[in-house]
Design a protein around this ligand. Structure first.
Ligand SMILES: C[S@@+](CC[C@H](N)C(=O)[O-])C[C@H]1O[C@@H](n2cnc3c(N)ncnc32)[C@H](O)[C@@H]1O
Length: 293
């Protein structure tokens, strides 16, 4: 990996370290999606034939695990003696939180590691039965390199599952609020971070292309959508308006501008609020499943 990739990863990782608390509030939503992602992965496998080597266990890698919802749900679904999990993320803060949670729950078959998805060279090639990556590829600075790495790590016949956002109300509201606050110019100056970045794989053919280029085969994409009540809009605003993409926009504004953005966000969200003031959001995703030959 060249140095510019490392620099890019380091600066972006700092942004993720700052939003750990905001991520915690979305844990229930992410857990619901984790169940869908795992069911598309056909995990746990109905027919467990343990393979030789590597502790004789089924090995699962969760790439860019965030707060660890995928790996935690997967761990609950299966017999601890037969499975081994590794959860990685390039954010030390995310990994620290996952570590605390594992300690609290006395779970000892999930290992954690701080690792950039584009460079997981400390993990052995052909060593995982499942590699799962949920809602993270959209944020990778190098999606192709990262999917190449995931493919390298899979055993032959191993399953790769990548969940991406197709359309989310949150991003649309942020974009509309930004348009009202600063005009649409921010899109041109957003260095690919904003709109196109958030829904980078909205077109499933891009996901399929990246999987095929990485050498994955039998690529299938399923659309999965869910609706959530995220509670009182005013209270949830600080959480839902906080992500690296919104931060890019907010960091260019002074205090008055941020307040204007907040008011505009409340305004554009009005038609998603019920009579009790609760905000309802829709999240549409694509979940890709593929095999390594
Ligand atoms: C939206 S969160 C998703 C987390 C979790 N997989 C989930 O389903 O909620 C995106 C995660 O990707 C991680 N991430 C972004 N770029 C990464 C990279 N290049 N390598 C490893 N992790 C990365 C972030 O730190 C963050 O935890």
């Amino acid at each position: 990996m060249n140095n510019s990739c490392i620099d890019k990863g380091t600066s972006k990782c700092d942004e993720w370290n700052k939003v750990v608390d905001e991520h915690k509030s979305f844990s229930d939503i992410v857990t619901s999606f984790a169940k869908k992602t795992l069911s598309i992965a056909d995990f746990p496998p109905s027919n467990i034939q343990l393979q030789e080597g590597q502790d004789n266990k089924i090995r699962i890698l969760d790439v860019a695990c965030g707060m660890g919802e995928v790996v935690l749900v997967a761990q609950e679904l299966c017999c601890p003696k037969k499975f081994h999990f590794i959860a990685t993320d390039f954010s030390e803060e995310m990994i620290r939180q996952v570590g605390n949670c594992l300690k609290k729950k006395s779970i000892n078959n999930i290992e954690t590691a701080v690792m950039d998805a584009a460079n997981m060279s400390t993990l052995c090639s052909d060593s995982f039965d499942y590699v799962i990556c949920q809602f993270a590829i959209d944020h990778f600075y190098s999606p192709q390199e990262s999917v190449n790495e995931m493919t390298r790590l899979l055993k032959p016949n191993g399953t790769c599952v990548i969940a991406t956002w197709k359309y989310t109300d949150v991003m649309t509201l942020i974009e509309q609020a930004a348009d009202l606050t600063v005009g649409s110019d921010w899109r041109e100056n957003s260095e690919g971070i904003a709109t196109s970045h958030a829904h980078r794989f909205a077109d499933e053919s891009k996901l399929i292309q990246i999987a095929n280029s990485a050498g994955l085969r039998n690529v299938n994409v399923s659309g999965v959508s869910m609706k959530f009540n995220v509670g009182c809009l005013e209270k949830s605003y600080p959480v839902i308006s906080r992500n690296p993409i919104a931060d890019q926009i907010l960091s260019r504004l002074d205090e008055d501008g941020r307040e204007k953005f907040r008011l505009n966000f409340l305004k554009v969200s009005q038609d998603k609020i019920d009579s009790n003031g609760n905000l309802h959001l829709e999240i549409h995703t694509n979940i890709m499943r593929a095999t390594k030959f």
